[in-house]
Design a protein around this ligand. Sequence first.
Ligand code: FAD
Length: 252
Amino acid sequence: RTNLEKVKGMGDAVFQMDLESALRYSLKREVGGTKEISGEKLKALRKYLQVLLGYFPFNQNGKNLLQEILTYANSEETIQGATIGKLVKEAEKVEKQVFSTPQKWLGCQGSSPQYRGYPCGLWTMFHYLTVNVAEYSGLNPRLALEAMHGYIKNFFGCSDCSQHFQDMAKRREIDKVATFDDSILWLWMAHNEVNQRLSGDPSEDPSFPKIQFPSEMACPTCRLQDDWLHTEVLKHLKHMYNNQNIRYLGAN
Ligand code: FAD
């Protein structure tokens, strides 16, 4: 069986390879491609890096890299994106010490190269972060959502997507989210709204049609007729995106 078939047979699985590839693309291409970073952009970057440092599923070498990047981002009021890109590229040269996987897509692999990939990886990473930040009490329940919002606003290369996301954040009152569970559900609902809008769009991979997530098959208890049962959806998301359930398939 091909990788694609194998991965499709695994249901709602989350792969380390997609998380690491999204992180690398984000820091090398989007942050790395931004010439000067200051003001609001720099604030957003610092917040994003702090959340990654705290909760991205990395080994000690990976954490050291993020710490080095954050220290640089904190060191001046105007920083160069290229310096961050360079730090990541240097880390990549030390094979398997920082990144445990090749920079490829696994759960986010499209049926052909124009589909899926980075945007899929980015959604996956932010769902992962909302779930895993929530494992720790006493923090700001919007920590992961604020990091995502700031990142998408200031760095995400798809400007239409970014605008849509900002409009949705306002309309769906992201600033009123009051608990960790609600932040997980907020992102789930927001993502479903995007799925709905893009269903049938030319950008949709015919092998991965946009659905209202999760599918009936992946979570038979999540719906009662046409209504979502939020406690069941939450259970499904917490299980799927839990740190313990990240798959290392294809890591070597
Ligand atoms: P994706 O939608 O990328 O989903 C990735 C994975 O997340 C899925 O395979 C599934 O396992 C899981 N998932 C799906 N839905 C949910 C959910 N509700 N809750 C939890 N997990 C879920 N493209 C546009 O053309 N226009 C836009 O306006 C646009 N806005 C975007 C905004 C953001 C913030 C991002 C990150 C991307 C945006 N995109 C937009 C890209 C688009 O949403 C998809 O990422 C892209 O089309 C690839 O789709 P995909 O089939 O790989 O699945």
